[in-house]
Write a new protein. Structure first.
Length: 302
């Protein structure tokens, strides 16, 4: 029989960032299974999470076949998060419909079909959630990479973000890319048809600098005043900086009111600055998240 885990939500931490997730959830944490944390209450806006499991339930199973029947009786598509009893879990997964985890071509929409998640708590008990926050297995999205044109792999963060959001800069929109060298984000934006003002004290890769619709300014991202550049639709920043300094920059641009959309990477150097992360998350209308292609960093979107 199914045993709903009443008033509980599951949070799957990104690989290597379980401690950060537990700090965010605080006293709400009930139990932890590998990277999967069960916390009291409805889903809450946390950043250090790869996938949120809504209303998980425990399923008592008598056998591998029984586990397959129970899951298929709920819905078709399931992704396994395996943290223990790996062989038994794999035998169950083999009998479920296959869910593709192949790299996707950028521009392909995120899957629309419901995708549940499950794990084995012990040989006789499944934990399963039919509804999850990510359309990708365990929140992990990978792309068919371009290993020739972009000057770094930072472009994958924007590809992932735009895929998850289902929106991106439109052709002709003007984008400001702060801390842009060597030009990975500028390359993505230019390829989308945007006009890019690219700013960094270090030069762009010559191949990127030569592309049309790119205006390069060799100066500090932090010295550029909002009044110094007109008509910006999107502000992007992947600059290496302490999060508190980045927050001051963002607050200056927000106060100016000259830009409508923001995408910024908070890069943590040493310990995670949870207090500054909370201040970013508190900005009205914004969202703070950990992308699969992030490292010890978070992406803030407004």
């Amino acid at each position: 029989m199914a045993d709903p885990v009443g008033g509980v939500t599951g949070y799957l931490a990104p690989e290597g960032y379980l401690d950060e997730l537990r700090v965010e959830l605080g006293d709400a944490v009930i139990e932890t299974h590998g990277r999967l944390v069960l916390a009291a209450g409805p889903p809450r806006p946390v950043a250090w999470v790869a996938n949120v499991w809504h209303a998980p339930q425990r399923l008592a199973i008598a056998s591998i076949g029984d586990a397959v029947r129970r899951l298929r009786g709920i819905q078709r598509n399931w992704a396994l998060y395996s943290h223990a009893h790996h062989r038994r879990a794999a035998l169950i997964a083999e009998q479920l419909p296959k869910v593709s985890a192949k790299p996707i071509v950028f521009g392909t929409p995120a899957p629309a079909a419901p995708l549940g998640s499950w794990t084995l708590l012990d040989p006789g008990t499944l934990l399963a959630a039919a509804r999850c926050s990510s359309p990708f297995p365990n929140g992990e999205v990978s792309f068919v990479e371009d290993r020739a044109a972009p000057p770094s792999r930072a472009y994958l963060k924007l590809w992932e973000l735009f895929t998850l959001l289902g929106e991106r800069p439109l052709p002709g929109e003007r984008c400001l890319d702060l801390g842009s060298s060597p030009g990975g984000w500028t390359w993505v934006l230019q390829r989308l048809g945007a006009r890019v003002v690219s700013v960094d004290k270090a030069p762009l890769d010559p191949r990127i600098a030569a592309l049309p619709m790119i205006e390069f300014r060799q100066e500090s991202a932090f010295s550029l005043e909002p009044t110094g550049v007109d008509g910006i639709d999107w502000l992007f920043s992947d600059v290496i900086s302490y999060p508190a300094r980045l927050l001051a920059l963002v607050e200056r641009w927000l106060a100016a009111g000259t830009c409508r959309r923001f995408v910024c990477t908070l890069k943590f150097q040493g310990q995670t600055d949870h207090e500054t992360a909370r201040r970013f998350a508190a900005i009205p209308g914004s969202r703070l998240m950990h992308l699969h292609n992030n490292k010890h960093e978070l992406t803030w979107i407004l």
